[in-house]
Structures are given as structure tokens and as C-alpha cells.
Design a protein around this ligand. Sequence first.
Ligand code: CIR
Length: 269
Amino acid sequence: MATVRLDQKRRALVRDVPASFTNALARYFGTGPTDVELARQQQRAYIKALEDNGVSVHRLPADENHPDCMFVEDQAVVVDGHMLLPTPGHPSRVAEQPPIAEFLMAALEGVQTCTMGGEARMDGGDIIRLGDLFFVGRSSRTNDLGITSLRSLLDFFGYELRVIDIPEHALHLTSISSTPTDELILAPEGYLTPDDFGDLPEGCEILWMPGEEVYGCNTIGLPNGKVLMAEGYPAVKAALQARGLDLVEVDMSEIRAADGSLTCCSIFY
Ligand code: CIR
């Protein structure tokens, strides 16, 4: 999950891959997954990579009625122990939420939870966090009313929120960007521009990647200094290594085929 600071990434929730995964929504990175066993194998390697690097992972069972259920990031927004349960932007994904919400409410003792009403829509995958500064994508899944709900939560903490318009050829903000550390943003040329992010806090910078490595811009930084990244993105790899970061590469091919990136597959809480 992209809404917790690096030092808060100790526990992650994931959800198993259903046999119906071949029916997952797919419009951007692929034409849809075809091999459920391979997706499961890749998810196991992803979980192992998190566990090997100090994250305790809880697995929820798959929901066969919801082919996209493994993409838990979209279903809950956890910020400093508070939780916003968004109304997901795609109607087929709305009913994935209750077991995730139930688990997080039990795990986060005393958590303050807010929900969205009316026409507000948001996928958690539209949010990234750079220390105390947040960015939200206005996308085909996240609308202005959804952004207003998020702003109310962040105002409570005094955190700034900036809105970025997501180009039509991308799904979410996290599909094209991430913060591998609390000071770095990875972003692809041809999708985003420096103006989208505005002036960054002292010591922060954007690493611009070639557009063809857009998928590689989604990474997960961990408290032990390691960064999980997808296999096969040499420019991203070189840029992170040049910053002294230690990388753990995972094969995401079958998950990518359903437009899922690394962050989409977990919620840190
Ligand atoms: C969808 O279209 O909703 C899924 N197939 C992919 C969701 C990816 N989630 C994310 O970027 N946070």
C-alpha cells in the first residue's frame, strides 16, 4: 500500500488468486491472464520476498465471484492507523471489500474508519505517499467526490494532498508511479510531467524513466532499505542502484497481464 511511510511497512495483507483470475479486468498492460497456476506461483514468490525482508504477511482466501480480488490495494486506504473504505471505481469490484474491511478493522485495534457515500468513487491504487505529502490520481476509477473524502481524512492529519490527472492510457497513479523511499518518486516520461507533482520538499526528487518502462515504475520500498521491483526493467533497476538501493526482483508477468502492479497485490497496515 502506497499510503504508509516506509517505517510503517511491517504487516501486509494479501488475497489468494481465484481460479476465475482469467476473467480479471485487463485493458492497459495486457490482454488478460491465461495461466492461474503461474499467477499463484508469482504471488507466492511475492509473498516470500516480503517475508524475507521483514514483513509479516496475512493471506485472505480468494473469492471466486471476484476475479480481481487479489488486487487488495484498491479496497482500503490506511493512513497512520486510520482507514478510509473507498467505493471502488469499477462496479464489478465493489463486493470484494467486506472481508478486507473486516480483517483490517480487527487487526487495527481502535481504528477510526470512514466510508464514502453517494457518487464518490476511488481505488486505493490512485494514491501515493512521499513522506507527509500525498498525491491522488483523478482517473477512470477515482472522481472528485472520492478525492474530497480522501482530503477530509488527510486534513485531519495536516497532510497535503495534490491531485494528478491520469492519462487515458493508464489505469491508476500507482500503475505508473511509486515512492521507493520517502524521498524518491519514480515516474515515466510520456505519462506524467514535473508539473503534475509540483515543487517537492527539500531532499526529494523524481527519477524519470523511459515510457516503455512504465510498469517498472511501480515498486515497494521496505524498512530494511530493500526495494521490491518487477523483473525486466533495466532503466528502473539502474536508476535505483545508482541511488544505492538494494533490489529484490520478482517476476510479475501473469499479474501484469491483469493490469496488476506490485503495490496492487498488498495493503500495508
Ligand atoms: C482492475 O482493473 O481493477 C484490475 N484488473 C487491476 C487492478 C490493479 N490495481 C492497482 O493498480 N492498484
